[in-house]
Design a protein around this ligand. Structure first.
Ligand code: NAP
Length: 331
């Protein structure tokens, strides 16, 4: 039999296990031109929360009573397509199923001899590319500048900070546990790190950690941490709106301080993006990240949860900060 995970309800507020449904189906067989895939590693990502809502976005919402999908590394276990053979590994946007048939559109082969398979969901996948293009295309870091990053111990944030160090910047991270703070400084080379859950005043802590002010703020969390970063932004600062996880489960849109004054007086650029806006940059980004990995200029961490059944819980745990680095489910 083939285990699968469906969206059961559209959650209101923080999602729970009740919003997912496990179903067992017969194992499918491929038709001409298709491949049968066995899932090996499933990426769980904060943006999937947005796809659980109805309504227009940059990506289609999941349908209730249909399987959830995300980035998955899978093995080809039988093939009726001449371009794929048994034993190939592929990366694609696939359904949360142990086995599935694919018509191969959107599948990319990945080589387990070049990097561990899970790395293609993180540093050599969408989160690594997101860090790279956000900094390159919007941040435009200059040597000697101060880079502040929130969600700093996560998949995107930990890569952002290390790129900042490669570019010769002072790098300050914000994260939610003391263990993560130590990791940022000891393993990822951040100059300073702030635990937003225990610091009394996040704005003051940023000021202290960034005595020259903030030139570039890479925002993964939005909300009050973004407000505090803007209090400390320098003239001609750049704010990269990558994510706003602190708001993803909000049932009403919270009101923050008005930003126009700061943006005008300090000539600040504030720009959102989705990594899909930069598909042409994927190749160069992966090549650069792979080169830095090979030269030991960059490293990465992963939280690997074992077992297909753990996939919904691993997703929910992103909102509790249980991961350090990329959250991945190993099947
Ligand atoms: P991640 O950082 O690996 O995991 C999420 C982290 O967010 C958690 O570990 C937790 O760390 C933190 N967090 C959870 N709730 C929070 C809250 N209320 N306030 C502050 N921090 C909170 O996830 P990721 O995949 O790297 O994604 C990071 C951000 O980038 C997300 O907002 C995501 O949606 C966004 N993103 C955007 C793009 C794009 O194309 N624009 C692409 C990929 C990801 P703590 O322990 O530090 O709280």
């Amino acid at each position: 039999m083939n285990k699968t995970i469906y969206l059961k309800n559209r959650p209101s507020g923080t999602p729970s296990l009740n919003d997912f449904e496990f179903k067992e189906e017969n194992k499918p067989s491929p038709d001409e031109g298709e491949v049968l895939l066995k899932s090996k590693y499933i990426s769980v990502d904060p943006y999937l929360r947005g796809r659980m809502r109805s309504g227009e976005s940059y990506i289609e919402p999941f349908k209730v009573n249909e399987p959830i999908e995300s980035g998955i590394i899978a093995e080809v276990i039988s093939s009726k397509n001449p371009n794929f053979k048994e034993g190939d590994f592929v990366n694609g946007m696939l359904q949360w199923k142990e086995f599935q048939v694919s018509q191969v559109a959107g599948l990319n082969k990945v080589d387990p001899n070049t990097a561990p398979l899970s790395a293609y969901l993180g540093i050599l996948g969408l989160t690594g590319i997101t860090a790279y293009v956000g900094l390159e295309k919007i941040g435009k870091l200059k040597e000697g500048e101060t880079l502040l990053v929130s969600g700093a111990a996560g998949a995107v944030g930990s890569i952002v900070g290390q790129i900042g160090k490669i570019k010769g910047c002072r790098v300050v991270g914000i994260a939610g546990t003391d263990e993560k703070i130590q990791k940022l400084k000891n393993d990822f080379g951040f100059d300073e790190a702030i635990n937003y859950k225990t610091t009394g005043n996040i704005g003051e802590s940023i000021k202290k950690a960034c005595p020259q002010g903030v030139d570039v703020y890479f925002d993964n969390v939005g909300g009050e941490i973004l407000d505090a970063a803007l209090e400390n932004i320098n003239k001609f600062g750049r704010v990269i709106n990558c994510g706003a996880i602190s708001l993803y489960n909000a049932t009403e849109t919270p009101m923050g301080p008005r930003l126009e004054g700061t943006l005008i007086k300090k000539s600040v650029l504030m720009q959102g993006f989705t990594v899909r806006d930069y598909i042409k940059e994927f190749g160069p980004a992966i090549n650069q990240l792979a080169a830095w990995l090979q030269e030991d200029k960059i490293t990465y961490s992963e939280t690997i949860v074992e077992g297909f059944e753990q996939t919904p819980q691993a997703f929910l745990d992103l909102f509790k900060g249980k991961n350090s680095g990329k959250m991945i489910v190993k099947i």
